[in-house]
Design a protein around this ligand. Structure first.
Ligand code: FMN
Length: 396
């Protein structure tokens, strides 16, 4: 079997990106990201998805290494986000007879992005494509996380080409399948990818899981990260819990602070949480923390405590940004508590109360509001807030 052959006639031809610093211009990539693409070889050859345009020549080399001068007959486009579709135009130039397979929404987007309107094959829910010896079928999973998204299913081997579903950040350091890599390295990266990229779409992900969950899957080929075989139960369970927004017992304390006074409240609250028996506590100073890590932790844990100074009669901007991101992700439930500070006219605590009302998160207890500097007088109120939060975290 060739080095890239995952299963007979199915090859990994994706690439690693270790140079882009921010995915979507937003989310950090401390250990890179892979753009996965797969060749399915029957009597005819299909390529499933492409890679980010800047890495197109490497994709073409990888394809050539597997099939030499043979032609690709079909490109199946599961997902149109440009990190997977932006090599389509170059691929078409290289293989002019290539037919592009996608659903109606996909084909419309291919026209809009790449000006391609000919040599296409439109498929819908349950359509099949016979490669001669290998039959692929297509199943729509809209809004995971774009409207045109679909998965490709190869029933004979139980392989689902799942697009971004079940994907992770993190380049593939040598290994391709989960038995060739250390899976532990990827769980936090899967959470971070989910929270940043897919997080808003819990309901469509649940629908997709119900649809795909009915298939006897033995291999998941996502568009980012390892190919899943051994770890499928864990991967599906993680996606299920993330898309139900189910947090594990644990508390995130996220705060902003200019001069350290609100920070001292945060430190006190975290210490009191630990004293009360909470073991999983993650404290983030929002001016410095990586926003993708904060989002990951909020998705992971069931409790969130937020602190903010008043800043020009509003929340401190990094706190405001976090709360907006949480609102955008429609997280239905978290144990929530908040604290804040001001010097002459308070606003931060009021804004956080309004946030909890918009989210329909019933706060665990009343807020702690501090006027001017931190002093020992703040210890008791911080302890009371932490006690109420700890009781909720430990109740499970
Ligand atoms: C640029 C700026 C704007 C501020 N705006 C307000 C305000 O509108 N109302 C208020 O009561 N305090 C205001 N403050 C005072 C801060 O709220 C106060 O310094 C802060 O709560 C102390 O917390 P910290 O030490 O954690 O930064 C402002 C401070 C700065 C530096």
């Amino acid at each position: 079997m060739a080095i890239t052959e995952i299963l007979p006639g199915i090859h990994y031809v994706g690439v690693n990106d270790r140079t882009t610093t921010r995915f979507e211009g937003l989310w950090s990539l401390p250990s890179g990201v892979s753009y996965n693409s797969y060749l399915v070889i029957g009597e005819k050859i299909a390529l499933i998805d492409t890679v980010e345009e800047a890495f197109g020549s490497r994709l073409f080399e990888n394809i050539r290494e597997v099939i030499g001068e043979r032609k690709i007959d079909y490109l199946v486009v599961n997902h149109m986000e440009p990190d997977h579709s932006s090599s389509i135009a170059a691929l078409r130039l290289r293989y002019p007879d290539l037919r592009i397979v996608g659903n109606a929404k996909t084909l419309q987007m291919i026209g809009g992005y790449y000006g391609i309107g000919t040599g296409t094959v439109e498929v819908g829910e349950g359509s099949t494509l016979d490669l001669g010896g290998k039959v692929l079928s297509f199943h729509l999973i809209p809004m995971v996380h774009w409207p045109e998204t679909m998965v490709t299913w190869y029933a004979d081997e139980g392989v689902v080409f799942s697009g971004d579903a079940f994907g992770t950040f993190g380049a593939l350091d040598g290994g391709i399948t989960d038995s060739q890599v250390e899976p532990e390295r990827y769980w936090d990266e899967m959470r971070r990818y989910y929270a940043c990229i897919v997080g808003k779409y819990g309901v469509p992900v649940q629908k997709a899981l119900q649809k795909v969950g009915g298939l006897p899957i033995r291999t998941i080929c996502p568009t980012h990260g390892p190919v899943w075989q051994r770890e499928i139960p864990r991967v599906v369970d993680l996606y299920d819990r993330l898309s139900r927004y189910e947090g594990e017992p644990g508390a995130v304390v996220a705060y902003g602070s200019m001069y350290g006074n609100t920070e001292q409240m945060a430190e006190r609250i975290a210490r009191e949480l630990a004293e009360a028996g909470v073991r999983r506590i993650r404290v983030h100073n929002l001016s410095y923390a990586d926003p993708s890590v904060v989002l990951r932790d909020v998705f992971r844990y069931d409790t969130l405590v937020v602190g903010s100074p008043t800043y020009n009669a509003e929340l401190f901007p990094p706190v405001e940004q976090l709360l907006r991101r949480l609102e955008a992700r429609c997280i239905p439930q978290r144990n929530f508590a908040f604290f804040g500070s001001f010097t002459w006219a308070a606003a931060a605590v009021r804004r956080m109360k309004e946030f909890s009302e918009r989210m329909k998160w019933e706060p665990v207890c009343g807020p702690v509001e501090m006027k001017q500097g931190y002093s020992p007088a703040m210890i008791d109120p911080c302890r009371s807030l932490a006690a109420a939060v700890a009781e909720r975290v430990l109740r499970k």
